[in-house]
Design a protein. Structure first.
Lengths: 479, 94, 500
């Protein structure tokens, strides 16, 4: 029975629990046992099997994996960093609490790139995560643990965070669904900050319906987060089967004209545009003239905010403190040198530099203006189109170690996802097919990204659902 | 070009101790990344307003009502060097 | 004046006012003073991972009241910034403050223009404890986060002040103004009012400003005045010697009264300000502004005007009472008591000027004496309301003088008793036998005895030197314990000695 249970979507499992065909505790235990045998490095902490809680709320005790960036009261929360080793938060993040209130049970805390900085999960302070499709390859990042756990059947679904692509890109590389909601849809309270004006919590699931189910429980205005608004009218479960009457724009800057898109990825992308047409959708080229500069703006704004957000890790109030012969400045400098990994240091340096005296206008000020232009581009495009579509990641999953020596190449992984983050609009990645990497290798999942106007999550999920049905992708990794 | 001196200056601002090797590497990497970032300079951004927030909200305020503070034992539990009910640190005046 | 001729001082002030809200600026912890360390803290004000700030509505209301009272123009939309620096009292590694778009700009209080008014959060308290023994030979500090996150309003003036005394007087006016608003305790010693000064010196009449230095930690008005004076003297000497003033920050040591330069911390000045992404803009609505202006009480300038125009007080007295909130409030209560008792007795109330003079002269003088402070008083330092002399008692005493039930001299004695023990003036007069002598026969005999006892003085008065009368008057007063009316005594002496 157990292997069967692991293949169910959460929506289906909940139906069976409700019908009395599946015991909620059995459902939880099947995953707890599977997670206990985690061979992907996906988890940093796991719940014990046999923790009986009963099937309350709409989510009826369903297990959920939570990225280790969310504070969970009394349970070690590290954001993948050594600087938070042993840190047990005194409170639980609002998003996690809302899911728990809806009846979800914490299955485990998932591995991630340190402070969500990375696109391969190789920047975790606690070891890499392996891609269940090919264990020599990365799962993407920074929500790599969540994506690998869901794809590898170590969790039925998970939450992650997306700042420039950290839900969508790993979802794409692991062959699952990943949704970054509109900025402000889900509370950021208790979500350890990377870049506060961009960070957003969202679902990683095996199908679009589960993503809707999860978002429905997590979203909402939170008095503890001044930037949260929730989604007006809530989230509807998707039901659409055709795309009749919908117009899809294809921004050439993020597809045909983009550098570094693999041939196999392009092929799957083109094929998917064909599926949209078959479903009655209109497809036309469009322009986002400033989108190609998104990555530049992002690599100023996100590190700048991060440089301030990470200043609290100073060895004074919590966390480890390095020995410094009683000198305060040395204490700060060594604590932080020992606690942070290379990528985090790089971004702190980059952000500090961009904000420093004499450089602010040239970098930060400029990046904020590019951000305005990108948001304007999207607004203009949405006057002609209902949705915009691009490949999620320029490439399929790459090999472990392949890009670690070259930060800029690694950053290019987010080329197609960053513009939506800057504009604060929702975007989903759904698996669209398999392709070989350039230069050959095993066939690996390719993600298809759909972006929508702010707060149109219900419409976005509906369209993604119709497309998902037609594509009929098999999310089971081989072997 | 971000040279050694600049790297050291920024590291000092960011309170990060870097090894000589890290300084070298950082200098090269930051230069490469900033070269890419500077492609923004191609754009004409005169008169464009900067975006700090994508949410169109104003005046999000909370009532001035006390909420229970945190028990001191719990406050100091994760402290690396608690003393006399406070957080002890090397003196900044030293 | 401490500056030599040919130079002039340019002084601006930066004032931090702790608001007396119930909770902190960005979290629900209660404000406290003098409690055990770290009992008013939470994950937000300790900057634990994942927490977010939420603005205290009352702090905004109070800040708007201050801005309106200073006639400052409230920005239609202001934003918060992060000010980045590492220090143990700064848990997030940045202070949430306002930068290029503050809550309000411009304005005026008294003769001084306001540059800006903004909202921010206070730092935690850092106590230096010296060598700890734990790490051999190294000093440590203790951090208490109770104060961390207290709402602050920062007020920056234009450099409109010309000398230390003016700076002090203006700072006291500002204190009174904020005190009247009821938005802060404004106590300098407890740190709810903190005053920094920017000081520079230039050649008289020069357009360009000299290099300014910053003075911090002057925790009383007296020290503010002294600190500025000392710094002006120092700068003057540097310039006189042909040197150049360097941009520095000085810390005032109240124990020694000296200024020590703060160790110039490398890179201390690159705060890397950027907009706080965790907060949305403040855009005070009509409603918010109306609520703030409706609750504005009478401010010192208006009070002074009223005292002059309606009560007929001389300018100096009106100013003294209006610019010192405690004194002014006390005066009004005494005036009210006098009116009530006059109405009850069907008599004419005392003239406001008479009561005002007793408050600002006799009472303040006595209280200051009791406080053993030779210097000019700190506002609140001789708060008559917290003395044993009730406004009703003072009004009654003044009434007794006016109705000639006691002499002025006797009234001073009664006041001394009131300051020491409190009580009812009529009872004290009765108990101490201080009622004015009404029996002319008795006084006549006493005067004659006094003339006999001071023959030398009597001779001089007879010869036309009426100034020599002193010893005789003194003898009469001693004998009558001040109960005799001075005018009557003089008249009798002149009469008996045949003087003019
Ligand atoms: Mg300030
Ligand atoms: Zn607090």
């Amino acid at each position: 029975m157990s292997s069967d249970v692991l293949e169910l979507s959460v929506a289906e499992a909940l139906r069976r629990i409700e019908a009395g065909d599946l015991a909620a505790d059995d459902y939880f235990d099947a995953y707890a046992k599977r997670a206990a045998a985690d061979e992907l490095g996906a988890y940093l902490w796991r719940a014990e099997p046999g923790s009986v809680a009963g099937a309350k709320g709409a989510l009826r005790g369903a297990p959920i994996a939570v990225k280790d960036i969310f504070c969970t009261e009394g349970i070690e929360t590290t954001a993948g960093s050594r600087i938070l080793k042993g840190y047990r938060p005194p409170y639980t993040a609002t998003a996690v609490r809302r899911l728990a209130d809806a009846g979800a049970r914490l299955l485990g805390k998932t591995n991630m790139d340190e402070f969500a900085m990375g696109s391969s999960n190789e920047n975790s302070g606690y070891g890499p995560v392996l891609n269940p499709w090919d264990r020599e390859r990365v799962p993407g990042g920074s929500s790599g643990g969540s994506a690998a756990a869901v794809a590898g059947r170590l969790a039925p679904w998970a939450i992650g965070t997306d700042t420039g692509g950290s839900i969508r890109q790993p979802a794409s590389l692991c062959g699952i669904v990943g949704l970054k909601p509109t900025y402000g849809a889900v509370s950021r309270y208790g979500m350890i900050a990377f870049a506060s004006s961009l960070d957003q919590c969202g679902p990683l699931t095996r199908d679009v319906t589960d993503a809707a189910l999860l978002l429905r429980a997590a979203e909402g205005r939170d008095p503890c987060d001044s930037t949260s608004v929730g989604i007006e009218g809530g989230v509807e479960l998707p039901s659409r089967e055709s795309l009749e009457g919908l117009r899809f724009g294809v921004p050439r800057e993020l597809s045909a004209e983009a550098e570094g898109i693999e041939a196999g990825v392009s092929e799957v992308f083109e094929r998917t545009l064909g599926v949209i047409r078959e479903l009655g959708g209109e497809v036309d080229e469009c322009a986002l003239p400033h989108a190609a500069h998104g990555l530049s703006a992002y690599y100023v704004l996100a590190p700048a905010e991060a440089s301030a957000n990470l200043a609290r890790y100073d060895g004074v109030r919590f966390g480890p403190r390095a020995d410094a012969n009683g000198d305060l400045i040395e204490m700060y400098e060594r604590t932080r040198a020992e606690g942070f990994g290379a990528e985090v240091k790089r971004r702190i340096m980059l952000g500090t530099y961009a904000l420093s005296s004499g450089y602010y206008e040239a970098y930060y000020g400029r990046a904020q203006r590019v951000r305005s232009k990108i948001a304007d581009d999207f607004r203009a495009a949405f006057e002609r189109f209902d949705y915009l579509v691009t490949p999620t990641s320029p490439t399929v999953a790459f090999r472990l170690g392949e890009r670690t020596a070259d930060p800029l190449t690694m950053y290019m992984s987010d080329f197609c996802t960053v513009p939506m983050s800057l504009a604060g609009i929702p975007a989903i990645s759904i698996p669209a097919g398999l392709a070989e990497p350039d230069g050959g290798g095993p066939e690996l999942p390719v993600g298809f990204q759909i972006a929508a106007p702010a707060f149109d999550e219900s419409g976005l999920l509906d369209a993604a659902h119709a497309l998902e049905r037609a594509i009929d992708f098999d999310t089971r990794p081989p072997g | 070009m971000i040279d050694r001196e600049q790297v050291l200056h920024v590291a000092r601002l960011a309170r990060l101790e870097l090894t000589d090797e890290e300084v070298e590497r950082m200098s090269g990497e930051l230069t490469t990344i900033l070269d890419h970032v500077e492609r923004m300079n191609e754009l004409d951004l005169d008169g464009v307003e900067p975006t700090s927030h994508v949410v169109a909200l104003e005046n999000v305020l909370r009532a001035d009502e006390p909420r229970p503070s945190w028990p001191r034992e719990q406050v100091l539990e994760p402290a690396p060097d608690p003393a006399e009910g406070a957080f002890r640190v090397p003196s900044p005046q030293a | 004046m401490t500056l030599s001729e040919g130079y002039e001082a340019v002084i601006g002030l930066e004032i931090h006012v702790q608001l007396s809200t119930r909770t902190k600026m960005f979290c629900g912890c209660e404000l406290s003073f003098g409690e055990q360390p770290n009992v008013h803290t939470c994950p937000v004000c300790l900057a634990h991972p994942g927490v977010l700030p939420v603005i205290n509505e009352q702090a905004v209301r109070y800040a708007l009241q201050i801005a309106l009272a200073l006639e400052s123009e409230v920005a239609p939309r202001s934003i918060f910034h992060r000010k980045n620096y590492f220090y143990p009292d700064n848990p997030k590694g940045y202070q949430i403050s306002q930068y290029d778009i503050p809550l309000a700009r411009g304005g005026q209080l008294g003769d001084v223009r306001i540059h800006r008014v903004h909202l921010e959060e206070d730092a935690a308290k850092l106590t230096h404890v010296g060598e700890s023994g734990r790490i051999h030979g190294s000093a440590t500090s203790l951090v208490d986060f109770n104060r961390g996150g207290t709402p602050l309003v920062e007020i920056v003036t234009e450099p409109d002040l010309g000398d230390p005394a003016q700076a002090r007087e203006w700072a006291q006016l500002l204190r009174t103004t904020v005190k009247q608003l009821g938005v802060s305790d404004v106590n300098m010693e407890e740190g709810s009012l903190r005053c920094d000064a920017n000081v520079s010196v230039r050649r008289a009449g020069a357009e360009e400003l000299g290099t300014k230095t910053e003075l911090k930690n002057m925790n009383s008005f007296r020290f503010l005045e002294r600190g500025i004076a000392a710094e002006l003297e120092r700068q003057g000497a540097v310039l006189e010697a042909g040197g150049q003033v360097e941009q520095e920050t000085f810390h005032f040591d109240p124990r020694t009264g000296s200024l020590t330069p703060l160790r110039s911390k490398e890179y201390a000045h690159d705060y890397r300000y950027f907009p706080e992404p965790d907060l949305v803009p403040l855009a005070p609505t009509e409603e918010m502004l109306r609520a703030a202006s409706e609750t504005l009480p009478e401010l010192p300038a208006e009070r002074r005007e009223r005292y002059q125009a309606e009560l007929g007080l001389p300018e100096v007295t009106a100013r003294q009472l209006a610019f010192d909130a405690e004194l002014g409030d006390y005066f009004e209560r005494a005036l009210e008591a006098s009116r009530k008792s006059a109405a009850a007795e069907g008599s004419a109330p005392e003239r406001p000027t008479t009561i005002a003079n007793w408050v600002t002269g006799e009472l303040v003088g006595r209280l200051r004496e009791a406080h053993r402070s030779g210097d000019a008083a700190e506002p609140g330092e001789v708060d008559p309301a917290s003395s044993k002399v009730s406004p009703e008692a003072l009004a009654a005493l003044v009434g007794m003088v006016q109705s000639k039930r006691v002499t002025t001299g006797a009234a001073r004695q009664v006041l001394a008793v009131l300051v020491a023990d409190g009580g009812d003036p009529a009872e004290i007069v009765e108990r101490e036998g201080l009622a004015q002598m009404s029996d002319t026969g008795e006084l006549d005999a006493i005067v004659e005895r006094a003339i006999d006892a001071e023959p030398g003085a009597a001779e001089k008065v007879r010869a036309g030197n009426s100034k020599a009368m002193g010893p005789i008057v003194g003898a009469v007063m001693r004998e009558t314990k001040g109960r005799a009316d001075g005018g009557e005594v003089t008249r009798l002496i002149r009469e008996k000695l045949g003087a003019e």
